[in-house]
Design a protein around this ligand. Structure first.
Ligand code: FE
Length: 159
């Protein structure tokens, strides 16, 4: 696990887009079904959009129907930390990046087996890095992230 990082509030404002800042540092929540990764099924790793630490893998992503990217486990133990959140008259468990303590979302206990956890995460808090295709296979020579034949534009970072 990489060393913890911390920046002043001013520095975070400079590094992040206003949307990222409001979610990652201000603990905001993006609108349901508005995020760029809700329906993404591509293989790869979801990093912290604020510091780059790997947080979740596509193998643990599932469709929760909530409108936010949902995972039943983090990519490795210790990638994220939990913190009791009693705001908005609810008892919830906040999920934070263990490296930079950016807000990611919340974790609930109504997920699928084997963990029965649902990490409900804002797309804005994540940066998806597609798995590189091995050389020699179909798609070789393209940049990672290009999805041949899908005809869909690639997700853009930031807004
Ligand atoms: Fe982070």
């Amino acid at each position: 696990m990489a060393d913890k990082i911390s920046h002043s509030d001013e520095e975070w404002r400079r590094r992040l887009t206003p949307e990222q800042y409001s979610v990652c540092r201000g603990k905001g929540t993006e609108r349901s079904f508005s995020g760029q990764y809700v329906h993404l099924k591509e293989e790869g790793v979801y990093q912290c959009s604020a510091c780059g630490q790997p947080l979740f893998g596509s193998g643990e992503k599932y469709n929760s129907g909530t409108g936010w990217p949902s995972f039943w486990a983090p990519i490795e133990k210790g990638a994220v930390t939990g913190k009791a959140d009693r705001s908005h008259f609810m008892e919830r468990m906040e999920v934070l990046c263990s490296r930079c303590e950016s807000h990611l979302g919340h974790v609930f206990d109504d997920g699928p087996p084997p963990t029965h956890l649902r990490y409900c995460i804002n797309s804005v808090s994540l940066k998806f890095v597609p798995k590189e295709k091995p050389a020699g296979l179909k798609g070789a020579g393209q940049r990672p992230g290009d999805s041949p034949g899908s005809g869909k534009p690639r997700p853009r970072r930031g807004r």
